[in-house]
Design a protein. Structure first.
Length: 151
């Protein structure tokens, strides 16, 4: 029962953060319109989605018979490994460049955290890194670290 209370408390805290974020983004930033969004448009919608997800979590925690199990040690190790790789990603992003660093992170996720066969993992990692680079770096002109490939 203590785990269910913790889940409900976490969901309530998340809901409070979402409400505060929505209120503050509406108060501080102009919303704009759907066709011409202002700086408050995305924060407000993200807060709304976060609040909806918090409500779903709260509903799951409070439903009769809700019982959360303990995390498997293997899954905890995978999460810790992913956190370590994300920290490494932040360190190598500039020198390696966005495409190579992103390829490595996605490949790690596909091989270690949710094991996929090598051909599938390589193809999806290349598609994710290349596709996101084309979208953000080329089409939207977001400055991304090019690394040795762009020099």
């Amino acid at each position: 029962m203590a785990v269910v209370r913790r889940d409900a408390a976490a969901a309530a805290a998340l809901l409070a953060v979402a409400v505060a974020a929505a209120v503050e983004s509406a108060r501080l930033l102009p919303y704009g319109a759907v066709r011409n969004p202002g700086p408050g448009f995305f924060p407000w919608w993200i807060a709304l989605v976060l609040g909806a997800l918090a409500l779903v979590l709260l509903g799951q925690a409070l439903r009769p018979g809700a019982a959360a199990g303990r995390a498997e040690p293997r899954r905890v190790g995978r999460v810790l490994g992913l956190l370590a790789v994300l920290g490494l990603y932040a360190l190598v992003l500039e020198p390696a460049g966005y495409p190579l660093a992103t390829f490595g992170v996605v490949l790690f996720m596909l091989r270690v955290t949710e094991p996929q066969r090598w051909p599938v993992a390589l193809a999806l990692a290349a598609l994710a890194a290349g596709g996101s680079y084309v979208l953000f770096g080329l089409w939207l002109d977001v400055p991304l670290p090019a690394g040795p490939l762009g020099r």
